[in-house]
Design a protein around this ligand. Structure first.
Ligand code: NAI
Ligand code: ISE
Length: 336
């Protein structure tokens, strides 16, 4: 079966996901695109999705008879309305992170899906599909013994001028928030944020870098450095310290060079390249489940937990160094 997909938001990642569905993966076809900037939708149609009809709004696209499933890749603040529309239409929906920009918004999605009683939503937490993180999870299960601490880093070479301090949480740390609770099979109970001196490439509205300390229900202490203007590359690090040993996220494959009296290899500079294979696998998974009229993988509940945790981390930024408690609603049985 070929799942007919509509894409809402055809910017950087919308275009890339449309490309992979039409040109890399099996089982899906882009039949509809919409973007508030019509030129962006037209460019995606011209470049990667020639069969797509262009719709004026996301709501019309969701309602279209020939759209079987929806990809929400517009700006974060618009995700909730399209995910709710997809659930109301009974159509599987892949939503890029964040599921919603407020915990209440994510909760509304959880409640709508739970009321339906069937999973329709997959959130774009692609790291769960990255071969390195999958191997790390297996090492925790079979080799390191129970985890005690996690040391992680999320470094971007640069971010746009409009990127401000809370975005380090909502836009960037959110990947660690999801993947670390999945790796540890645990949940968070508190967050703290510490700031060293501001790096020279930062600006008045961005305190960069910062360190987030998360504590889990099982007593694991996690520290994540977020440094979004690190300049030298896109660098994701994760080390688990367990009872019997440690395990590190593998580096992406890179040719080792001996040049000019130096042993060296290149570091990637773009998230698109760092997680290219993971994006392929997550969307292949989405197509497979959508063909059966459902969704698997990171759920609305995971999106809700990420939203609650993000809010606590932003509150912790404002209370520099002081802990902020993280409290969840009860988990509906659909997500147990
Ligand atoms: P972008 O700005 O390049 O593209 C977003 C597009 O959505 C723009 O073309 C904009 O005109 C359109 N748009 C905004 N509101 C809309 C609406 N109501 N209806 C239709 N179109 C609308 O942004 P980018 O980088 O593609 O990010 C999009 C989403 O994907 C964000 O939520 C972001 O957090 C997420 N993302 C996820 C990544 C990952 O690693 N999983 C990587 C990059 C982005
Ligand atoms: C971007 O939106 C992403 O999701 C990337 O994976 C992340 O590394 C980056 O910091 C975000 O801005």
């Amino acid at each position: 079966m070929t799942v007919k997909i509509g894409v809402i938001g055809s910017g950087a990642i919308g275009r890339d996901h449309a490309r992979r569905i039409n040109h890399v993966l099996a089982g899906g076809r882009i039949v509809a695109v919409t973007d508030v900037n019509r030129a962006a939708a037209e460019a995606v149609k011209a470049d990667v999705a020639p069969d797509a009809a262009i719709y004026a709004t996301g709501e019309e696209l969701v309602a279209a008879k020939d759209v079987d499933a929806v990809l929400v890749t517009s700006w974060g603040a618009t995700h909730e309305q399209y995910v709710l529309a997809s659930i109301a239409a009974g159509k599987p929906c892949f939503c890029e992170k964040p599921l919603a920009t407020t915990a209440e918004g994510a909760r509304r999605i959880v409640e709508a899906e739970a009321a339906l009683g069937r999973r329709l939503v997959q959130v774009g937490f692609m790291r769960r599909y990255d071969a390195g993180y999958v191997a790390l999870k297996e090492a925790i299960r079979t080799r390191t013994g129970a985890p005690i601490m996690v040391h992680a880093a999320h470094r971007n070479p640069t971010v746009p001028e409009a990127y401000v301090t809370p975005m380090a949480i909502h836009d960037t740390l959110i990947h660690e928030i999801d993947v670390l609770r999945w790796l540890l099979d645990d949940d968070y109970v508190s967050a703290r944020v510490l700031f060293p001196r501001r790096a020279a490439r930062s600006h008045a509205k961005l305190r960069d870098p910062q360190v987030v300390v998360l504590e889990t229900r099982k007593g694991v202490l996690i520290n994540v450095e977020i440094f979004v203007n690190c300049h030298y590359g896109y660098d994701i690090q994760c080390e688990i310290v367990g009872e019997d040993g440690t395990a590190c996220l593998p580096e992406p494959m890179a040719v080792e060079l001996r040049l000019g009296a130096k042993l060296q290899n290149d570091i990637l500079t773009d998230w698109k390249d760092r997680f290219v294979a993971a994006y392929d696998v997550e969307l292949q998974d989405f197509l497979k489940a959508a063909a059966a009229g459902t969704a698997t993988g990171p759920s609305s509940w995971d999106g809700y937990v990420a939203a609650i945790t993000s809010d606590a981390c932003v509150a912790a930024q404002e209370r520099e160094g002081a802990p902020v408690a993280i409290k969840m609603a009860d988990r509906p049985s659909l997500y147990r």
